[in-house]
Design a protein around this ligand. Structure first.
Ligand code: SAM
Ligand code: SF4
Ligand code: F3S
Length: 441
Protein backbone atom coordinates (compact mmCIF):
# COMPACT_ATOMS: atom_id res chain seq x y z
CA UNK A 1 0.00 0.00 0.00
CA UNK A 2 1.38 3.43 -0.84
CA UNK A 3 -0.90 5.83 0.94
CA UNK A 4 -0.42 9.31 2.31
CA UNK A 5 -1.62 10.51 5.68
CA UNK A 6 -1.98 14.09 6.86
CA UNK A 7 -2.48 14.81 10.56
CA UNK A 8 -3.75 18.10 11.91
CA UNK A 9 -3.13 18.49 15.63
CA UNK A 10 -5.07 20.63 18.09
CA UNK A 11 -4.51 21.05 21.82
CA UNK A 12 -1.61 20.35 24.12
CA UNK A 13 1.91 18.97 23.65
CA UNK A 14 0.65 15.50 24.54
CA UNK A 15 -1.46 15.56 21.42
CA UNK A 16 1.62 16.55 19.42
CA UNK A 17 3.48 13.59 20.87
CA UNK A 18 0.52 11.33 20.04
CA UNK A 19 0.34 12.60 16.44
CA UNK A 20 4.03 11.81 15.98
CA UNK A 21 3.52 8.32 17.37
CA UNK A 22 0.53 7.78 15.08
CA UNK A 23 2.82 8.54 12.13
CA UNK A 24 5.29 5.96 13.49
CA UNK A 25 2.52 3.34 13.74
CA UNK A 26 0.74 3.80 10.40
CA UNK A 27 4.08 3.68 8.61
CA UNK A 28 3.97 -0.06 9.32
CA UNK A 29 0.96 -0.45 7.02
CA UNK A 30 2.45 1.63 4.25
CA UNK A 31 1.28 5.14 5.08
CA UNK A 32 3.68 7.97 4.45
CA UNK A 33 3.46 11.33 6.14
CA UNK A 34 2.53 14.24 3.90
CA UNK A 35 2.64 17.93 4.83
CA UNK A 36 0.33 18.74 1.94
CA UNK A 37 -3.22 17.85 2.98
CA UNK A 38 -4.52 17.93 -0.59
CA UNK A 39 -2.40 14.85 -1.35
CA UNK A 40 -3.77 12.84 1.53
CA UNK A 41 -5.66 9.55 1.25
CA UNK A 42 -6.15 9.71 4.99
CA UNK A 43 -6.95 12.89 6.88
CA UNK A 44 -6.63 12.56 10.64
CA UNK A 45 -7.65 15.22 13.12
CA UNK A 46 -6.10 14.87 16.55
CA UNK A 47 -8.49 16.87 18.67
CA UNK A 48 -8.74 18.74 21.97
CA UNK A 49 -11.81 19.09 24.20
CA UNK A 50 -10.52 21.43 26.87
CA UNK A 51 -12.72 24.44 26.03
CA UNK A 52 -15.87 24.64 23.98
CA UNK A 53 -14.28 26.46 21.06
CA UNK A 54 -11.84 23.55 20.75
CA UNK A 55 -14.66 21.16 19.85
CA UNK A 56 -16.29 23.54 17.39
CA UNK A 57 -12.93 23.92 15.65
CA UNK A 58 -13.08 20.20 14.82
CA UNK A 59 -16.44 20.36 13.07
CA UNK A 60 -15.35 23.54 11.33
CA UNK A 61 -12.21 21.76 10.12
CA UNK A 62 -14.21 18.80 8.79
CA UNK A 63 -16.37 21.27 6.85
CA UNK A 64 -13.21 22.68 5.32
CA UNK A 65 -11.92 19.21 4.38
CA UNK A 66 -15.25 18.40 2.72
CA UNK A 67 -14.93 21.49 0.53
CA UNK A 68 -11.32 20.82 -0.40
CA UNK A 69 -12.08 17.25 -1.45
CA UNK A 70 -15.41 18.01 -3.12
CA UNK A 71 -14.05 17.33 -6.60
CA UNK A 72 -11.71 14.53 -5.55
CA UNK A 73 -11.84 11.07 -4.04
CA UNK A 74 -12.88 11.36 -0.41
CA UNK A 75 -10.00 10.62 1.96
CA UNK A 76 -10.43 8.28 4.91
CA UNK A 77 -11.39 10.74 7.69
CA UNK A 78 -10.33 9.80 11.21
CA UNK A 79 -11.00 11.79 14.37
CA UNK A 80 -8.62 11.01 17.23
CA UNK A 81 -7.83 12.70 20.53
CA UNK A 82 -9.91 14.07 23.37
CA UNK A 83 -13.03 15.12 21.41
CA UNK A 84 -13.09 11.63 19.90
CA UNK A 85 -13.04 10.13 23.38
CA UNK A 86 -15.72 12.44 24.75
CA UNK A 87 -18.13 12.36 21.84
CA UNK A 88 -17.39 8.93 20.28
CA UNK A 89 -20.59 7.62 18.58
CA UNK A 90 -22.07 11.14 18.61
CA UNK A 91 -19.42 12.34 16.16
CA UNK A 92 -20.30 9.68 13.63
CA UNK A 93 -23.94 10.71 13.87
CA UNK A 94 -23.38 14.47 13.75
CA UNK A 95 -20.91 14.36 10.86
CA UNK A 96 -21.32 11.48 8.40
CA UNK A 97 -18.14 12.57 6.60
CA UNK A 98 -16.18 11.07 9.53
CA UNK A 99 -15.25 7.41 9.01
CA UNK A 100 -13.41 6.39 12.17
CA UNK A 101 -13.19 7.69 15.71
CA UNK A 102 -10.23 6.68 17.89
CA UNK A 103 -9.64 7.73 21.50
CA UNK A 104 -6.26 8.83 22.92
CA UNK A 105 -5.71 5.56 24.80
CA UNK A 106 -6.63 3.39 21.83
CA UNK A 107 -4.56 4.77 18.96
CA UNK A 108 -2.10 1.85 19.13
CA UNK A 109 -4.93 -0.12 17.50
CA UNK A 110 -5.18 2.31 14.58
CA UNK A 111 -3.64 -0.07 12.01
CA UNK A 112 -6.19 -2.81 12.66
CA UNK A 113 -8.95 -0.22 12.69
CA UNK A 114 -7.89 1.14 9.30
CA UNK A 115 -7.32 -2.29 7.76
CA UNK A 116 -10.68 -3.61 8.99
CA UNK A 117 -12.52 -0.54 7.88
CA UNK A 118 -15.16 -1.32 5.31
CA UNK A 119 -16.95 1.61 3.79
CA UNK A 120 -20.26 2.41 5.45
CA UNK A 121 -19.24 0.41 8.51
CA UNK A 122 -18.18 3.29 10.66
CA UNK A 123 -16.26 2.43 13.75
CA UNK A 124 -15.36 3.87 17.10
CA UNK A 125 -12.52 2.67 19.33
CA UNK A 126 -12.38 4.51 22.63
CA UNK A 127 -11.33 1.96 25.24
CA UNK A 128 -8.96 3.18 27.99
CA UNK A 129 -5.93 0.97 27.67
CA UNK A 130 -2.83 2.98 28.56
CA UNK A 131 -0.79 -0.08 29.59
CA UNK A 132 -1.12 -1.86 26.24
CA UNK A 133 -0.73 1.40 24.35
CA UNK A 134 2.66 2.19 25.84
CA UNK A 135 3.77 -1.44 25.71
CA UNK A 136 2.98 -1.39 21.99
CA UNK A 137 4.63 2.01 21.48
CA UNK A 138 7.80 0.90 23.26
CA UNK A 139 8.34 -1.63 20.48
CA UNK A 140 8.08 0.98 17.73
CA UNK A 141 10.89 3.48 17.34
CA UNK A 142 9.95 7.08 18.06
CA UNK A 143 11.13 8.63 14.80
CA UNK A 144 10.18 12.18 15.67
CA UNK A 145 13.41 13.23 17.27
CA UNK A 146 14.04 16.97 16.97
CA UNK A 147 16.57 19.16 18.80
CA UNK A 148 13.82 19.61 21.38
CA UNK A 149 11.77 16.42 21.67
CA UNK A 150 8.61 15.54 23.56
CA UNK A 151 8.41 12.37 25.62
CA UNK A 152 5.14 11.39 27.31
CA UNK A 153 5.81 9.75 30.69
CA UNK A 154 2.40 9.91 32.33
CA UNK A 155 -1.20 10.06 31.14
CA UNK A 156 -4.58 10.77 32.59
CA UNK A 157 -5.77 12.32 35.79
CA UNK A 158 -7.43 11.27 39.05
CA UNK A 159 -7.87 14.77 40.43
CA UNK A 160 -11.24 15.68 38.94
CA UNK A 161 -11.07 19.47 39.10
CA UNK A 162 -14.69 20.50 38.69
CA UNK A 163 -14.09 22.38 35.43
CA UNK A 164 -11.95 19.85 33.57
CA UNK A 165 -12.63 17.11 31.01
CA UNK A 166 -9.20 15.48 31.14
CA UNK A 167 -10.10 12.71 33.67
CA UNK A 168 -12.91 11.72 31.28
CA UNK A 169 -11.01 12.02 28.01
CA UNK A 170 -7.64 10.61 29.07
CA UNK A 171 -8.79 8.24 31.80
CA UNK A 172 -7.14 7.43 35.13
CA UNK A 173 -3.57 8.41 36.01
CA UNK A 174 -1.04 6.04 34.54
CA UNK A 175 2.76 6.23 34.78
CA UNK A 176 4.87 4.53 32.13
CA UNK A 177 7.54 2.11 33.34
CA UNK A 178 10.78 3.93 34.23
CA UNK A 179 12.97 1.82 31.95
CA UNK A 180 10.64 2.24 28.97
CA UNK A 181 11.02 6.02 29.30
CA UNK A 182 14.81 5.95 29.67
CA UNK A 183 15.08 3.72 26.58
CA UNK A 184 12.93 6.13 24.58
CA UNK A 185 14.97 9.11 25.81
CA UNK A 186 18.19 7.35 24.73
CA UNK A 187 16.74 6.59 21.32
CA UNK A 188 15.66 10.22 20.83
CA UNK A 189 19.12 11.39 21.85
CA UNK A 190 20.82 8.91 19.49
CA UNK A 191 18.78 10.48 16.70
CA UNK A 192 19.98 13.97 17.61
CA UNK A 193 17.71 15.34 20.36
CA UNK A 194 19.42 17.69 22.80
CA UNK A 195 16.46 18.68 24.92
CA UNK A 196 13.86 16.30 26.37
CA UNK A 197 10.49 17.69 27.43
CA UNK A 198 8.78 15.18 29.71
CA UNK A 199 5.02 15.30 29.30
CA UNK A 200 1.97 14.34 31.32
CA UNK A 201 -1.41 15.83 32.19
CA UNK A 202 -0.07 15.56 35.75
CA UNK A 203 3.57 15.02 35.00
CA UNK A 204 4.76 15.49 38.57
CA UNK A 205 2.33 12.83 39.80
CA UNK A 206 4.61 10.35 37.95
CA UNK A 207 5.12 7.28 40.13
CA UNK A 208 6.44 3.94 38.92
CA UNK A 209 6.67 1.80 42.08
CA UNK A 210 8.15 4.66 44.04
CA UNK A 211 10.32 6.06 41.24
CA UNK A 212 9.24 9.66 40.82
CA UNK A 213 9.74 12.49 38.32
CA UNK A 214 12.83 13.58 40.27
CA UNK A 215 14.42 10.14 39.69
CA UNK A 216 13.62 10.30 35.99
CA UNK A 217 15.18 13.75 35.61
CA UNK A 218 18.34 12.67 37.42
CA UNK A 219 18.62 9.53 35.28
CA UNK A 220 18.07 11.37 31.98
CA UNK A 221 20.58 13.98 33.08
CA UNK A 222 23.25 11.25 33.14
CA UNK A 223 22.98 10.84 29.35
CA UNK A 224 25.96 12.89 28.16
CA UNK A 225 24.43 14.39 25.04
CA UNK A 226 21.35 15.70 26.87
CA UNK A 227 21.75 19.43 27.28
CA UNK A 228 18.37 20.45 28.67
CA UNK A 229 15.42 18.84 30.46
CA UNK A 230 11.95 20.28 30.99
CA UNK A 231 8.62 18.89 32.14
CA UNK A 232 4.99 19.96 31.82
CA UNK A 233 2.23 20.17 33.14
CA UNK A 234 2.45 19.94 36.89
CA UNK A 235 -0.11 20.11 39.64
CA UNK A 236 0.80 22.20 42.72
CA UNK A 237 -0.19 19.35 45.04
CA UNK A 238 2.45 17.04 43.53
CA UNK A 239 5.33 19.52 43.82
CA UNK A 240 7.10 17.30 46.34
CA UNK A 241 10.39 18.10 48.14
CA UNK A 242 12.38 15.54 46.13
CA UNK A 243 11.43 17.40 42.93
CA UNK A 244 12.14 20.82 44.44
CA UNK A 245 15.53 19.51 45.59
CA UNK A 246 16.53 18.72 41.98
CA UNK A 247 16.58 22.47 41.27
CA UNK A 248 19.44 22.79 43.78
CA UNK A 249 21.99 20.71 41.90
CA UNK A 250 20.74 20.01 38.40
CA UNK A 251 22.65 21.68 35.59
CA UNK A 252 20.24 20.40 32.96
CA UNK A 253 16.79 20.96 34.44
CA UNK A 254 15.70 24.36 33.14
CA UNK A 255 14.79 27.05 35.69
CA UNK A 256 11.23 27.69 34.46
CA UNK A 257 8.50 26.04 36.55
CA UNK A 258 5.12 25.89 34.84
CA UNK A 259 2.79 25.48 37.79
CA UNK A 260 -0.88 26.19 37.03
CA UNK A 261 -2.64 27.89 39.92
CA UNK A 262 -5.95 28.74 38.14
CA UNK A 263 -7.04 31.30 40.81
CA UNK A 264 -5.51 33.36 43.60
CA UNK A 265 -8.52 32.85 45.87
CA UNK A 266 -8.77 29.96 48.34
CA UNK A 267 -12.53 30.13 48.04
CA UNK A 268 -12.42 29.66 44.26
CA UNK A 269 -9.75 26.95 44.52
CA UNK A 270 -12.09 25.04 46.80
CA UNK A 271 -15.04 25.55 44.45
CA UNK A 272 -12.83 24.21 41.66
CA UNK A 273 -11.76 21.19 43.77
CA UNK A 274 -8.09 22.06 43.26
CA UNK A 275 -6.98 20.33 46.51
CA UNK A 276 -4.47 22.99 47.58
CA UNK A 277 -4.47 26.48 49.06
CA UNK A 278 -2.70 29.66 48.00
CA UNK A 279 -0.52 29.41 51.12
CA UNK A 280 0.66 25.97 49.98
CA UNK A 281 1.33 27.31 46.50
CA UNK A 282 3.33 30.21 47.93
CA UNK A 283 5.28 27.80 50.14
CA UNK A 284 6.39 25.89 47.05
CA UNK A 285 7.26 29.17 45.35
CA UNK A 286 9.36 30.29 48.30
CA UNK A 287 11.10 26.94 48.71
CA UNK A 288 12.08 26.94 45.04
CA UNK A 289 13.26 30.54 45.09
CA UNK A 290 15.33 29.84 48.19
CA UNK A 291 16.92 26.75 46.69
CA UNK A 292 17.60 28.44 43.37
CA UNK A 293 16.89 32.19 43.05
CA UNK A 294 17.01 32.15 39.23
CA UNK A 295 13.92 29.92 39.03
CA UNK A 296 10.96 31.71 37.43
CA UNK A 297 7.29 30.71 37.25
CA UNK A 298 4.61 30.50 34.61
CA UNK A 299 0.99 29.48 35.14
CA UNK A 300 -2.53 28.85 33.85
CA UNK A 301 -5.52 30.91 34.99
CA UNK A 302 -9.24 30.34 34.68
CA UNK A 303 -11.04 33.64 34.94
CA UNK A 304 -14.70 34.11 35.96
CA UNK A 305 -15.18 30.64 37.36
CA UNK A 306 -18.76 30.42 38.74
CA UNK A 307 -18.73 31.96 42.22
CA UNK A 308 -15.69 34.21 41.55
CA UNK A 309 -16.51 37.56 43.18
CA UNK A 310 -14.65 40.85 42.80
CA UNK A 311 -12.69 40.09 45.97
CA UNK A 312 -11.60 36.68 44.61
CA UNK A 313 -10.59 38.24 41.32
CA UNK A 314 -8.53 40.86 43.19
CA UNK A 315 -6.74 38.07 45.02
CA UNK A 316 -5.76 36.53 41.67
CA UNK A 317 -4.54 39.92 40.54
CA UNK A 318 -2.47 40.32 43.73
CA UNK A 319 -0.95 36.87 43.30
CA UNK A 320 0.12 37.79 39.77
CA UNK A 321 1.74 40.98 41.06
CA UNK A 322 3.54 39.02 43.77
CA UNK A 323 4.88 36.13 41.68
CA UNK A 324 5.48 38.04 38.45
CA UNK A 325 4.84 34.97 36.28
CA UNK A 326 6.95 35.35 33.16
CA UNK A 327 4.62 33.54 30.78
CA UNK A 328 1.07 32.34 31.33
CA UNK A 329 -2.14 31.13 29.74
CA UNK A 330 -5.43 32.67 30.83
CA UNK A 331 -8.94 31.88 29.63
CA UNK A 332 -12.49 32.55 30.68
CA UNK A 333 -14.15 29.50 32.22
CA UNK A 334 -15.81 27.33 29.60
CA UNK A 335 -18.44 24.85 30.89
CA UNK A 336 -17.66 21.31 29.79
CA UNK A 337 -20.12 18.45 29.35
CA UNK A 338 -20.01 15.79 32.04
CA UNK A 339 -18.02 17.87 34.53
CA UNK A 340 -19.31 19.01 37.95
CA UNK A 341 -19.17 22.65 36.83
CA UNK A 342 -21.15 22.00 33.63
CA UNK A 343 -24.39 23.62 34.77
CA UNK A 344 -23.18 26.23 37.26
CA UNK A 345 -24.42 29.77 36.82
CA UNK A 346 -22.03 31.73 34.62
CA UNK A 347 -20.68 35.16 35.45
CA UNK A 348 -21.88 38.00 33.25
CA UNK A 349 -20.01 38.01 29.93
CA UNK A 350 -18.89 41.64 30.12
CA UNK A 351 -17.58 41.26 33.66
CA UNK A 352 -15.74 38.10 32.60
CA UNK A 353 -14.14 39.80 29.62
CA UNK A 354 -13.19 42.81 31.68
CA UNK A 355 -11.49 40.60 34.28
CA UNK A 356 -9.67 38.61 31.62
CA UNK A 357 -8.39 41.79 30.01
CA UNK A 358 -7.11 43.17 33.33
CA UNK A 359 -5.32 39.93 34.15
CA UNK A 360 -3.79 39.63 30.72
CA UNK A 361 -2.59 43.20 30.76
CA UNK A 362 -0.72 42.53 34.01
CA UNK A 363 0.66 39.19 32.79
CA UNK A 364 1.83 40.71 29.50
CA UNK A 365 3.37 43.67 31.33
CA UNK A 366 5.56 41.29 33.35
CA UNK A 367 6.45 39.35 30.24
CA UNK A 368 7.45 42.51 28.36
CA UNK A 369 9.46 43.77 31.36
CA UNK A 370 11.28 40.46 31.74
CA UNK A 371 12.19 40.41 28.04
CA UNK A 372 13.22 44.07 28.08
CA UNK A 373 15.51 43.43 31.05
CA UNK A 374 17.48 41.01 28.86
CA UNK A 375 18.30 43.60 26.18
CA UNK A 376 22.07 44.20 25.95
CA UNK A 377 22.66 41.00 27.93
CA UNK A 378 24.10 37.74 26.69
CA UNK A 379 22.02 34.62 27.28
CA UNK A 380 22.36 30.92 26.47
CA UNK A 381 20.18 29.64 23.66
CA UNK A 382 19.64 26.07 22.46
CA UNK A 383 19.48 26.43 18.68
CA UNK A 384 16.57 24.47 17.19
CA UNK A 385 16.45 25.38 13.50
CA UNK A 386 16.51 28.10 10.89
CA UNK A 387 13.70 30.59 10.60
CA UNK A 388 11.30 29.90 7.72
CA UNK A 389 12.96 32.45 5.42
CA UNK A 390 16.34 30.82 6.28
CA UNK A 391 17.94 34.17 7.11
CA UNK A 392 18.14 33.68 10.88
CA UNK A 393 18.30 31.01 13.55
CA UNK A 394 15.59 30.07 16.00
CA UNK A 395 16.16 28.80 19.51
CA UNK A 396 14.93 29.08 23.06
CA UNK A 397 16.28 30.68 26.19
CA UNK A 398 16.51 28.74 29.45
CA UNK A 399 13.09 30.21 30.26
CA UNK A 400 11.58 28.86 27.03
CA UNK A 401 11.35 32.28 25.39
CA UNK A 402 11.73 32.24 21.59
CA UNK A 403 14.97 33.78 20.37
CA UNK A 404 15.56 34.82 16.76
CA UNK A 405 19.13 35.71 15.98
CA UNK A 406 21.90 35.85 13.40
CA UNK A 407 24.41 33.06 13.67
CA UNK A 408 25.99 30.06 12.10
CA UNK A 409 23.71 27.33 10.77
CA UNK A 410 26.19 24.75 12.06
CA UNK A 411 25.26 25.67 15.58
CA UNK A 412 21.84 23.97 15.26
CA UNK A 413 21.65 21.52 18.16
CA UNK A 414 24.17 23.46 20.24
CA UNK A 415 23.90 25.92 23.06
CA UNK A 416 25.22 29.29 21.93
CA UNK A 417 25.63 32.61 23.61
CA UNK A 418 23.38 35.26 22.08
CA UNK A 419 23.58 38.98 22.70
CA UNK A 420 20.01 40.33 22.88
CA UNK A 421 19.44 43.65 21.07
CA UNK A 422 15.67 43.91 20.95
CA UNK A 423 12.58 42.25 22.40
CA UNK A 424 8.81 42.20 22.32
CA UNK A 425 6.21 40.39 24.40
CA UNK A 426 7.01 36.93 23.09
CA UNK A 427 10.38 37.05 21.38
CA UNK A 428 13.98 38.08 21.94
CA UNK A 429 16.12 39.22 18.98
CA UNK A 430 19.92 39.27 18.81
CA UNK A 431 23.12 37.86 17.45
CA UNK A 432 25.30 34.89 18.35
CA UNK A 433 28.42 35.79 20.26
CA UNK A 434 30.18 32.44 20.60
CA UNK A 435 29.42 28.78 20.54
CA UNK A 436 30.41 27.28 23.84
CA UNK A 437 33.77 26.31 22.34
CA UNK A 438 34.26 28.22 19.13
CA UNK A 439 33.81 31.63 17.57
CA UNK A 440 31.02 31.96 15.02
CA UNK A 441 30.85 34.20 12.01
N1 SAM B 1 -3.14 19.29 34.90
C1 SAM B 1 -2.93 20.68 34.79
C2 SAM B 1 -3.31 21.34 36.12
O1 SAM B 1 -3.76 20.71 37.01
O2 SAM B 1 -3.21 22.55 36.21
C3 SAM B 1 -3.72 21.31 33.68
C4 SAM B 1 -3.94 20.59 32.42
S1 SAM B 1 -5.24 21.27 31.43
C5 SAM B 1 -5.00 20.22 30.08
C6 SAM B 1 -4.58 22.81 30.85
C7 SAM B 1 -5.30 24.06 31.28
O3 SAM B 1 -6.53 24.20 30.65
C8 SAM B 1 -5.66 24.16 32.77
O4 SAM B 1 -4.57 24.53 33.55
C9 SAM B 1 -6.76 25.19 32.78
O5 SAM B 1 -6.25 26.48 33.02
C10 SAM B 1 -7.34 25.11 31.37
N2 SAM B 1 -8.73 24.61 31.43
C11 SAM B 1 -9.11 23.35 31.72
N3 SAM B 1 -10.46 23.26 31.71
C12 SAM B 1 -10.93 24.49 31.42
C13 SAM B 1 -12.25 25.03 31.29
N4 SAM B 1 -13.32 24.29 31.48
N5 SAM B 1 -12.37 26.35 30.98
C14 SAM B 1 -11.25 27.13 30.78
N6 SAM B 1 -10.00 26.66 30.90
C15 SAM B 1 -9.83 25.36 31.21
FE1 SF4 C 1 -7.66 18.75 34.66
FE2 SF4 C 1 -5.23 19.21 35.66
FE3 SF4 C 1 -7.38 19.20 37.25
FE4 SF4 C 1 -6.53 16.94 36.20
S1 SF4 C 1 -5.44 18.24 37.68
S2 SF4 C 1 -8.63 17.59 36.35
S3 SF4 C 1 -5.80 17.62 34.21
S4 SF4 C 1 -6.90 20.65 35.58
FE1 F3S D 1 -6.86 19.11 25.06
FE2 F3S D 1 -6.86 16.58 25.69
FE3 F3S D 1 -4.63 18.00 25.84
S1 F3S D 1 -8.45 18.01 26.12
S2 F3S D 1 -5.37 20.02 26.34
S3 F3S D 1 -5.74 17.54 24.01
S4 F3S D 1 -5.28 16.38 27.21
Amino acid sequence: MNQKIFIKTFGCQMNEYDSNRIYDIVKKIGYEKTDNYEDANCYLLNTCHIRDKAKEKVYHEIGRVKKIFRAKKKPLVIVAGCVAQAENQEMLKREPYIDLVIGPQAYHKINDTILNYVEKQKFEETEFDAVSKFEYLSKIKNNSSKVSSFLTIQEGCDKFCHFCVVPYTRGPEYSRPFKQIIDEAKSLIEQGAKEIILLGQNVNAYNDNGLRLSNLILEIEKINEVKRIRYTTSHPKDMTDDLIEVYKHSKKLMPLVHLPVQSGSNKVLELMNRKHTIQEYLNTYEKLKEINPVVEFSSDFIIAYPGEEEQDFNETFELIKKIKFINSYSFIFSPRPGTVAENLELIDKEISLDRLEKIQQKLFEHQIQKNKSLENNTIEVLVENQTEDKTKLFGRSEYMTSVIFSGNEESIGQIVKVKINKSNQNTLFGEAVTNLNQKVA
